[in-house]
Design a protein around this ligand. Structure first.
Ligand code: PGA
Length: 250
């Protein structure tokens, strides 16, 4: 059985004070987390301040990116070891905004995955097609290519620590969600690819999140699908009440 994982991607939002306030609000309203995992991914600057609030709770901490080297003269970058040091358990890698605005490639994401795993971080690896690719009927081809490139060379044991996030780019921040059926079809396709590369046992255990305009009013239908094992939530993770409703999906 896969434990569903709901992660909040705060992107470039929240000062330290705002992040601390949001965490306090989340913890106040959280209640018991039964049969699910919750992770928040604040910006780098807030990680250290937020961490002590999460100790002893069931809420995990993640970052939104890293650089694949251990340390060195890489001005402006943050290493996997630094993230582990501030208490991160997860790191989002290959988000479409990083691919679009910062030139990230599958090969680069592949290096980052290896570095994250070596530091004991669990990568949340994002894949997803843009609108034109879906309209041309190429969504599976694109996502399949991203998976092959990002996961190249990984062993089954490593893959067991990876979470995949399927995020159709046209659904991110737009209010336009994939239908539960379309999302399920892509998740099943992704699991099929994982089965081919890593074998059935590993593929059955990997959690595949859906991301792209997940909201309190659509999360239940998405989560009811057989191969949807969680959500990567952007905009709707920035307010405690809405995010808690998503975390407590039915
Ligand atoms: P959204 O973002 O929920 O605001 O669409 C999701 C994401 O980018 O991870």
């Amino acid at each position: 059985m896969r434990t569903p994982i709901i992660a909040g991607n705060w992107k470039m939002y929240k000062t330290v004070g705002e992040a601390v306030d949001l965490v306090k609000g989340l913890l106040e309203g959280l209640g018991e987390l039964r049969g699910r995992e919750m992770v928040i991914c604040p910006p780098f600057t807030a990680l250290y301040a937020v961490r002590p609030l999460l100790v002893g709770t069931s809420v995990g901490l993640g970052a939104q990116n890293l650089y694949h080297e251990r340390e060195g003269a890489y001005t402006g970058e943050v290493s996997p070891a630094m993230l582990a040091d501030v208490g991160c358990g997860y790191v989002i890698l290959g988000h479409s905004e990083r691919r679009q605005y910062f030139g990230e490639t599958d090969a680069g994401v592949n290096r980052k995955i290896g570095a994250a795993l070596a530091a004991g971080l669990r990568p949340i690896v994002c894949v997803g097609e843009v609108k034109a690719e879906r309209d041309q009927g190429r969504a599976e081809e694109v996502v399949g290519g991203q998976l092959a490139g990002c996961l190249d060379g990984l062993g089954a044991e490593q893959m067991a620590s990876v979470v995949i996030a399927y995020e159709p780019v046209w659904a991110i921040g737009t209010g336009d969600t994939a239908t539960p059926d379309d999302a399920q079809a892509m998740h099943a396709f992704i699991r099929g690819r994982l089965r081919e590369q890593f074998g059935p046992e590993t593929a059955e255990g990997v959690r595949i999140q859906y991301g792209g305009s997940v909201k309190p009013d659509n999360v239940d239908d998405l989560m009811a699908q057989a191969d949807i094992d969680g959500a990567l939530v952007g905009g709707a993770s920035l307010k405690a009440e809405g995010f808690l409703r998503i975390v407590h999906f039915q």
